[in-house]
Design a protein. Sequence first.
Length: 263
Amino acid sequence: MNHRGGIVLIQATWASWLQYRSFFFVLAFGWMIPPLIYLFVWSTAAGEQTIGAFSRDAFIVYYLALILVNQLTYSQTNWTVGDVIRSGGLNPILLRPMPPLYNTLATEIAGKIVYMLFVVPITAVLALILRPEVDFELQHIVAFLPALSLAWMLRFFWGYGLALLAFWATRADALLAVQDSLLFLLAGQVAPIPLLPGVIRQAAVYLPFRYMIGFPIEILTGQLSAAEIGEGFFIQGCWLAVALGFSHLLWRYGIRHYTAVGG
């Protein structure tokens, strides 16, 4: 495991991405639009009243947090893995003195740095303009950080496993589109999980998608009790183990199946 080489690769990729930062800022802004729409829709609908347990300020805080969490956990590199496999671009990556996963992780981490240079200031400005009442508690912040890290890992490796199906299928990217649709519905994007209809809400609790986005936000905003947080971490950890095993097996058998000319 050439960790030093991996760090150098991340630095080189980040420097390369900074040359095209205006393009990536436009992409990041596009990803911010849906949460902003729902922020204004739900906060306007709440007005001076509450919807469920959410006041206007609660909706604003929730969706501002969602903007950051969604950007930090979104794995844009999973959309390029299939193209790399199909085009033969995996050939030179296999020749490097480090695991091929490092190439994907380098792009992933570099992208996060570039996107955050745009997203964090914009979110801070929105918070100053909207001025919601924020009451974050220390124990929630402490629990939020590992939940966010596990959410990124779960979303990355789940999507990475789906992308590796490109070893066998030319349209594996369609499954990533299905995943994004399920995330939109079941991860707390279209509405916070407590506001979803009964059956859908129960499905969201046990399926992996909530734990890729919504769960860390629910911890940060104080929506969950200590018991619910513990249960959430357990389910999140179980799904992460499934995602790691799934992606490992697909890589192991896919690389045996892989043949390509070019790259």
